[in-house]
Design a protein around this ligand. Structure first.
Ligand SMILES: C[S@@+](CC[C@H](N)C(=O)[O-])C[C@H]1O[C@@H](n2cnc3c(N)ncnc32)[C@H](O)[C@@H]1O
Length: 226
């Protein structure tokens, strides 16, 4: 039977347009941890070099993954949504060194024999999966010294733990509902450390000063201890 989460994310995909052809600097590929264009840090956070292997949990239409492949990394993405992956395959067909798989991120990792040099998730599967399941699984599949980094919306004050996210569908349809996990930065730090990550940083990057969208981005990063 089809996973109801896949249907929800297929609906989400229909509401999204493809990434712009170029960013403000005229680049055709780039990394963005946030939902604001031309904002925030880039791929350097992952501390990768050409030839390294990297996994995107919930890669969606693949823009960040394509950038890493363009930089020479062996870039693998996994996503529940066939519609999202169809967009990735259509847009990044020319990019070498990039592969995408359909399925649940943790199920994919559990059956993978690869030890990745970095794992990341941008508003992706790590947002929508209990971190008490994600963190030990990611740690097992990261090379020692490898980075795990994830971004998502900052938690609303007092709304912590498992929360409901509503994905709009047609005018006459109920929204699709998926679960997400929200915590303040101090709790994310403790969770990462509890699961064997070191040098953990967790902070909210404010939205760009110009523009009407005011919600920033929570970015959490840790290094797999030996
Ligand atoms: C908000 S979109 C973000 C997509 C992409 N990371 C980006 O920045 O554009 C969330 C993505 O996570 C995927 N996703 C959610 N839960 C997942 C899971 N458990 N396993 C794999 N993918 C998942 C969805 O299908 C969707 O494509």
């Amino acid at each position: 039977m089809r996973d109801s989460r896949s249907a929800a994310w297929d609906a989400y995909s229909q509401s999204r347009t493809q990434r712009r052809r170029t960013n403000a600097r005229g680049e055709t590929t780039w990394f963005n941890w946030t939902q604001h264009p031309d904002h925030g840090p880039g791929a350097e956070i992952l501390r990768l070099k050409p030839g390294d292997s990297v996994l995107d949990l919930g890669c969606g239409s693949g823009g960040n993954l394509a950038h890493l492949a363009f930089l020479g990394m062996r870039a693998t993405g996994v996503d529940l949504s066939g519609a999202q992956l169809a967009k990735a395959r259509e847009r990044w067909t020319e990019v070498e060194g990039m592969e995408v798989h359909q399925g649940d991120a943790l199920a994919f990792l559990t059956t993978s024999a690869t030890r990745f040099d970095a794992v990341y998730s941008v508003f992706g599967a790590a947002y929508f999966t209990d971190p008490r399941l994600t963190l030990p699984t990611v740690r097992r599949h990261l090379a020692p010294g490898g980075v795990f980094a994830m971004s998502q919306h900052p938690a609303v004050d007092g709304c912590y733990g498992c929360q409901a996210s509503y994905i709009p569908r047609g005018a006459d349809e109920d929204p699709a509902i998926v679960r997400r996990w929200d915590y303040p930065p101090a709790i994310w730090t403790a969770l990462f450390e509890e699961h064997g990550f070191e040098d953990v940083t967790a902070a909210v990057l404010p939205a760009p000063p110009h523009g009407r969208r005011r919600i920033g981005t929570l970015l959490v990063r840790g290094v797999r201890g030996s």
